[in-house]
Design a protein around this ligand. Structure first.
Ligand SMILES: [Cu+2]
Length: 166
C-alpha cells in the first residue's frame, strides 16, 4: 500500500524533473549552432578588416554574380563581400586555384588571396594596398563565369598599373 503510493509519487515527479534537463540540452544545442556559425561571419570579418568601415560593399547573389561586378577603391581601403545567397561561394584571386583563362588578374607585387568558403549570409573582407586591377572569381562557379573586378587607384591618378594574369 505504502510502496505503491511512493511509486505513484515517483511517477508524477519524474516528468517534471526531466523537463529542465531537456531544456538545458536544447540550449546547449542552440549554443552549439551559434558557435558553429560564428566563424563564417564574425570571425572572417574580424580577421581582415577589423571594425573599420569598408570603402566598398559587394553583394554575392543567387544569380551567381558579384554586384557591383566592378568596384574602384583607393590603396589601403577595405572591401567587404556580403553573401545574400543560399549557396556557398568564394572570393578568390589566386592563380593557383584558377583553371580558366581570365579568372584571375593581380597587379605586379600583389599577394594572391582567397576567402575560402563563404556560407550563406557570410562576410569576407580584404584590404587592398597595391594599386592596379584585381580580377577575382568564385571557385564553385568559375565556369559560369562568376567573376568580379577591383580597381585600386591612387586618388587623382588615371590608368592602371602593370598586371599579371592567368
Ligand atoms: Cu559562386
Amino acid at each position: 500500500m505504502v510502496r505503491s503510493l511512493q511509486a505513484q509519487q515517483r511517477r508524477q515527479v519524474r516528468p517534471q524533473a526531466g523537463r529542465p534537463a531537456r531544456r538545458q540540452i536544447a540550449y546547449a544545442l542552440l549554443l552549439g549552432v551559434v558557435v558553429a556559425l560564428a566563424p563564417t561571419g564574425f570571425g572572417r570579418a574580424a580577421r581582415a578588416g577589423g571594425d573599420e568601415r569598408p570603402a566598398a560593399l559587394v553583394e554575392i547573389t543567387d544569380l551567381l554574380r558579384f554586384e557591383p561586378a566592378e568596384v574602384e577603391v583607393s590603396p589601403g581601403d577595405v572591401v567587404e563581400w556580403q553573401s545574400v545567397s543560399l549557396l556557398v561561394h568564394t572570393v578568390t584571386a589566386d592563380p593557383a586555384r584558377a583553371t580558366l583563362e581570365g579568372s584571375v588578374e593581380l597587379p605586379a607585387g600583389a599577394s594572391p588571396f582567397d576567402s575560402g568558403n563563404i556560407e550563406p549570409q557570410g562576410v569576407f573582407r580584404h584590404r587592398f594596398t597595391t594599386p592596379g586591377t584585381y580580377r577575382y572569381f568564385c571557385v564553385p562557379h568559375e565556369g559560369i563565369p562568376m567573376r568580379g573586378t577591383i580597381v585600386v587607384r591612387e586618388p587623382g591618378k588615371q590608368g592602371g598599373a602593370k598586371t599579371r594574369s592567368r
